[in-house]
Ligand binder design. Structure first.
Ligand code: C2E
Ligand code: MG
Ligand code: MG
Ligand code: MG
Length: 279
């Protein structure tokens, strides 16, 4: 009976699986093509100094302008890019584009001296032996100072502790780049690792910010997280700020920087330039 069941379940399952495989295969070649033909675009979200409201930087977020399916968000293709290794080329593209854009803004509408660009990288990229060389190359090519680049990585990547991860992190730090832990507070690891990481900035996840303005408990919790970050000698950024209340509360609690729909959604480069010019 077990055998018959197994057989029938295979018959039902297989066509769907094959279809999914074919679709994935198609998407893989489309994604490779997309990188070659510049179907990818970067949107930029402002990072704001909370005490003054000044725009101190931007985070580059990738989108795929798909010829048939329209604008795809990263969740729709980054996981596939990671599984297939395409993320290496994609990440290289993102880094180069982001640095070229920063250079253009530095030369054009005029950004503040300390304006920085944040770029997300994934585990596969961190574990690539070419990463440091790629970064060095792009900085040299665009003439952007290393201190103007912030690389965002997730908690699990930073804590993994493998030799290659440590090699990459310290190598990047040696170039003069700042490292940031993204989505802090969503990981499952113990917090003791924070003390020993070669990281400069910690970005507090949106899920911790959402509750701000509701009650004292939420505020005290965020206050404690900020104290922890500061005690480690690191700088704090809050993500997912959607209301004036949240922005004000975070400023009161001593959080240096923030990012979220309240200040601006991720937007095309020309819109961001308008924002910089204050128009
Ligand atoms: P992330 O790095 O944590 O980026 C923040 C995400 O939250 C962005 O989504 C942004 O649009 C969204 N967001 C910003 N402010 C708010 C807010 O106030 N409220 C709400 N509800 N959401 C907000 P997005 O652009 O869809 O990116 C999703 C994730 O994809 C990113 O999360 C990042 O992990 C990844 N990603 C994006 N670009 C790249 C890239 O170039 N390389 C890699 N490896 N990953 C990327
Ligand atoms: Mg990020
Ligand atoms: Mg984040
Ligand atoms: Mg997040």
């Amino acid at each position: 009976a077990a055998k018959a069941e197994q057989g029938s379940s295979v018959r039902v399952f297989e066509p769907a699986l094959l279809y999914a495989r074919r679709l994935q295969g198609l998407m893989i070649s489309e994604l490779r093509e997309a990188i070659r033909t510049d179907q990818l675009i970067l949107h930029f979200q402002p990072v704001v100094e909370l005490a003054s409201g000044r725009i101190e930087g931007a985070e580059a977020l990738v989108r795929w302008n798909h010829p048939e399916r329209g604008l795809l968000m990263p969740d729709a293709f980054i996981p596939l890019a990671e599984e297939t290794g395409i993320i290496i080329d994609l990440g290289y593209w993102v880094l180069r584009r982001a640095m070229q854009q920063l250079r253009a803004w530095q030369d054009g509408p005029g950004v503040d001296e300390d304006f920085s660009m944040r770029v997300n990288i994934s585990t596969t990229e961190l574990q690539s032996l070419d990463l440091i060389e790629h970064v060095r190359e792009v900085l040299a090519e665009t003439g952007v100072e290393a201190s103007k680049l912030v690389i965002e990585l997730t908690e699990s990547m930073a804590v993994n502790g493998s030799d290659i991860d440590r090699y990459s992190l310290t190598g990047l730090r040696r170039l003069g780049i700042r490292l940031e832990i993204d989505d802090f507070g969503t990981g499952y690891s113990s917090i003791s690792y924070l003390r020993s990481l070669p990281v400069n900035v910690v970005k507090i996840d949106r899920s911790l910010i959402q509750g701000l303005g509701k009650d004292d408990k939420e505020r005290n919790f965020v206050a404690a997280v900020l104290q922890l970050i500061h005690a480690c000698g690191m700088q704090a950024v809050a993500e997912g700020i959607e209301t004036a209340e949240q922005a004000a509360e975070l400023a009161r609690l001593g959080c240096a920087s923030g990012q979220g729909y309240y200040f601006g959604r991720p937007m095309a480069a020309d819109k961001f330039a308008e924002l910089l010019r204050g128009t």
